[in-house]
Design a protein around this ligand. Structure first.
Ligand code: LLP
Length: 407
């Protein structure tokens, strides 16, 4: 198997496993696809850094004109290092922004703060005044739209912690108008992640468009609609046409910004990077427990937690094709939890110790959700450009892991 012309066995040999491998071309193709669909409206694609915060990937996307959606001071620092020229294209989301993070973002001159509560609004106004800055703000409104996805990643209902109820928003905006240091400039919405139908997007931006009109009639200069992220992909062995999917999505989200004449901001993460990345891992052992066969890999739930956390499905392929018979196995990691599995009762070509397998569609929320659980160093990362794999994050050492500890 190859990744954009780079041989996966060779990459594993050179850089070791577990190894995240990304195709630069595949990421660029997705970004261009989305940019192309949005060409008819003024827009900025603010890549959601949390999906994959590799500096190399961020640098590449910034080079294509993208901005960033950040949720922490740490992610802001990533933008500063990877693409300082893009600081003016940053939107700052998140329900729990801290003072130091607001200060850093105010100093950096970011594009927009997506404010999630009145309490946050007050703190932000205070900080902006203290620093002699004006914060352009959008309230993240909660449109009360249901989007079919995993409950952990659905955000647009009243019962969720995110945003401000849309029917309350107008009053909060009026309050913001009276506060020094903040300037209402946009309305933002994000209803969840891995959403595969366009209706919830269409419905939520429609509600946002209506609010924009009301706010303008109240005298506010609302120039931005931030429609968030959330466009899903297909993880299974299912036909997926990204061009068709992004076309329908773009039509839906452009409708509101067209009708009110606003600059459209989007915060895609998964759609840009998920299918451009894979996790390469080596089989350590194969063991039989009663009627079950376990294939134990050197990657574990600390490297890719999506199956354990969301019962997510990732396709699994042997790197070298064999004509061996298929077997029903559990593919599991070495971590000491029964939740440490990549697949249960999956039919896979028979695998043997020492062989390589690849977990597909792991470019989003793979490495970025990884941890040191079981005191395991995190995977290395390779970005394939023009058929050549370049190490963009070296494997950690045990020294890295323990460097911050005092004992
Ligand atoms: N904007 C905001 C405010 C968000 O909270 C998120 C994702 C995004 C944008 C990007 O959403 P995307 O386009 O990637 O769907 N760890 C989970 C996904 C968590 C999503 C959190 N928020 C997973 O592995 O499926």
């Amino acid at each position: 198997m190859q990744c954009a012309g780079a041989d996966l066995s060779a990459l594993a040999g050179e850089f070791g496993t577990p190894l995240y491998v990304y195709s630069a071309d595949a990421i660029a193709a997705r970004a261009r696809m989305l940019q192309g669909e949005l060409a008819a409206v003024e827009h900025t694609i603010c890549y959601a850094v949390k999906a994959n915060s590799s500096l190399a990937i961020m640098k590449m996307l910034a080079g294509m004109g993208c901005g960033f959606d950040i949720v922490s001071g740490g992610e802001l620092e990533r933008v500063r290092r990877a693409a300082p020229e893009a600081l003016g294209r940053v939107v700052f989301s998140g329900v729990g922004k801290q003072v130091w993070e607001m200060d850093a973002a105010l100093e950096a001159g970011i594009l927009l703060f997506n404010v999630e509560s009145e309490a946050e609004l007050e703190v932000l106004a205070e900080r902006a005044v203290a620093l002699g800055k004006t914060a352009k703000i959008a309230l993240r409104v909660n449109p009360d739209v249901f989007a079919e996805t995993h409950p952990y990643i659905s955000t647009g209902l009243r019962e969720h912690k995110f945003g401000i109820a849309i029917e309350k928003a107008r009053a909060v905006y009026q309050r913001a108008m009276g506060l020094p240091g903040v300037e209402p400039a946009g309305v933002s919405v994000h209803i969840g992640s891995q959403i595969r139908s366009v209706e919830p997007f269409a419905e939520s931006v429609k509600r946002v468009g209506k609010l924009v009109e009301e706010l303008r009639s109240d005298g506010m200069d609302i120039r931005y609609i931030d429609a968030g992220g959330g466009l899903g992909i297909e993880y299974g062995a299912v036909e997926f046409d990204p061009a068709a999917s992004v076309h329908a999505y773009a039509e839906a989200v452009m409708a509101a910004s067209r009708s009110v004449g606003a600059h459209l901001l989007l915060e895609p993460g998964r759609f840009l990077v998920a299918q451009a990345g894979a996790l390469l891992t080596r089989v350590l052992y194969v063991k039989q427990n009663g009627s079950k066969t376990f294939v134990i890999t050197d990657a574990g739930m600390n490297d890719l937690i999506r199956p354990a956390l969301y019962q997510a499905h990732h396709e699994i392929w042997p790197v070298v094709a064999s004509s061996r018979e298929a077997k029903v196995v559990d593919l599991v990691g070495p971590v000491c939890e029964s939740g440490d599995f990549f697949a249960k009762d999956r039919e896979l070509p028979e695998l043997r110790a020492g062989e390589l397998v690849v977990l597909l569609d792991a470019g989003a929320y793979g490495m970025s959700l990884s941890s040191h659980y079981n005191t395991r160093v995190r995977a290395a990362e390779v970005l394939v450009e023009s058929g050549v794999g370049r190490l963009v994050r070296r494997r950690e050492t045990l020294e890295d892991l323990m460097a911050a500890e005092i004992y």
